[in-house]
Design a protein around this ligand. Sequence first.
Ligand code: GSH
Length: 218
Amino acid sequence: MADGRLVIGTKMYSSWSLRGWLAVHLAGLNVEEVLIPLDGGRTNSVKDATPSGTVPYLEHQGAKVWESLAIVEYCAEFAPGLWPQDRVTRAAARSIASEMHAGFRALRQNMPMTILNSFPGQGATPEAMADIARIDAIWQDALAASGGPFLFGAEMGGADVMFAPVVCRFLTWRPAVSAASQSYMQAVRAHPLMQRWYAEAEREPKAWRLPHYEAPKA
Ligand SMILES: N[C@@H](CCC(=O)N[C@@H](CS)C(=O)NCC(=O)O)C(=O)O
């Protein structure tokens, strides 16, 4: 029997859900997956099922956790390896994870996560490109210090979880990034959990597709 449930949204589109889902699976929590198709606005069934009216939302052994970064932190209590062991490196990992959680609005608005689509060169507003330059620098710094293939070494960790939907966006919208960031994107995409997420997204019903995510940005 499961120890709780993880409520998520449409896998084709829900970037925040991907974060919660990766964290829960990397930590090996035994939870039932409850998937609610998003309607592109405030989805009533999400409002009814979660305290914040958003996904992801985790209930596990009496704990109720919303906000993707809080879910990563909760999962790290069961799998401390989600954060680097070294205090200074851990501070860097938490900083970039928090920066991702709080920022990069222009990227999110102009290059939404829509993982089954390919819109190379679209959505590249100056503001989105400024966000992308910052992300490229963050990734290059972390990879240079750790040696990769993930941001803080050999395994996918909490910072990678927070940036995984950005990798998905970049794979769809294809902005120019450094060679180091391209290798990083390949490593993230090749991770077994990412392969599973993409495969499950492909099996989602066509009726769940939303026009906002299915057209390239001008
Ligand atoms: N800051 C929140 C953001 C969560 C969020 O905005 N999730 C979107 C889906 S990706 C949502 O639930 N939107 C409401 C809806 O689509 O009904 C987090 O980190 O979890």
